[in-house]
Design a binder for this molecule. Sequence first.
Ligand code: B12
Ligand code: SF4
Ligand code: SF4
Length: 325
Amino acid sequence: MDILNPATLQSFLAEHVWPVPICDWGYVEDDQVLSFKNFLSWLERGDHGPLSYLSDHRAKLREKLTHYYPDFKAGLVFLFDYSHGPDFATASGPQIARYALNFQGADYHLVLKDVLNRIGNFLQTRCPSLQFALSLDIHPVLERDLAHRAGLGWFGKNSMLIHRQKGSRFIIASLLLNQRLDFPQRTIEADHCGTCRACIDACPTQAIDGDRRTVKAQHCISTYTIELFKDAPAPHGYKNAGQWIFGCDICQDVCPWNGREIVAEQLLLTPLQEEIKAFFLNRPLREIISELEGLSNKAFERKFKGTALERTGRVGILKNLKAYF
Ligand code: B12
Ligand code: SF4
Ligand code: SF4
């Protein structure tokens, strides 16, 4: 049987065309989450705001990976780099978070589930007794902590996991394994924020708690625009934010560890990217509002099926747009 080592995994990853490149990956064996106490005190302060799925019975599942995946022995953590993509020319006008645009316009949960399963299946060809579970955003795993333990970066003051060469514009997605591999584990990355406070100063809603390296979710534009599906008051400062109508990238865009510009290297838009661009970008907000008001919820779902915008829905996005007036 063919052997499995870091080089064979790396060549498998390099041979395949993924929806976005894997800019780095790491291996971790410890089950001990380093920042569970930080997570609990964040909840105690009420900084999860309306995100009740974090504070209910699922909160304690995050203390150890074995609470979620009892067979856990090791994890492979992948960073999917969404800093490269087409030029959407959105310098002014409505803004949509890059993670929602740069996975070919698709919801990354859908595409990365498939990618992780393909990687897992490859590992099984080399190691037939291996079983795996996925950790992909929605699972009860503190994913930044996991990536930090895999030596992939540090917690920035904006709470993003920052990689020394790649910055923070990536999605973390992992395979949790029922056995250890003969892979080296990197040392933990040191903090490289220093005296910088660019993200804290740039956040228009003062959502960043830089001393604790967390975000007050109730003030964050990302919570308001992605997680709230019905009418709700916008966070104080929202109107000064530019026109972020889905997600917010401000605290990443100002971070010196990220390149100033998104690298626009994809020349042709995918059909989903075309759909999002034509409807939402480079248009006056009032025009989008009136078109959305003319659509039924079902028609919106059909139009944006498979995109990240489907989550918030027509009513949620209308709420985001109208809050600018
Ligand atoms: C809830 C959530 C949100 C909430 C709350 C955000 C937050 N910062 O908590 C909202 C809706 C606001 C949000 C927004 C965004 N999110 Co979000 N979100 C999550 C989710 C589901 C849970 C995060 C969580 O547990 N928060 C609780 C807080 C307390 O944990 P934390 O932020 O990780 O903070 C840790 C540090 O403070 C740490 N800590 C502090 N000091 C120290 C010191 C040391 C030494 C150590 C070890 C640790 C440590 O302890 C805390 C607990 O681990 C994760 C996926 C997951 N399952 O983990 C994605 C995730 C964090 N989100 C992600 C993304 C991409 C975003 C957005 C960029 C999307 C956008 N463009 O709008 C923004 C960024 C906003 C920001 N600055 O964080 C990525 C982040 C990737 C990265 N490079 O870090 C994740 C990991 C999803 C993924 N699978 O890739 N998100
Ligand atoms: S995502 Fe936007 S609103 Fe949220 S903390 Fe960062 S800059 Fe502030
Ligand atoms: S902007 Fe500065 S303080 Fe904020 S995360 Fe980046 S380096 Fe750290």
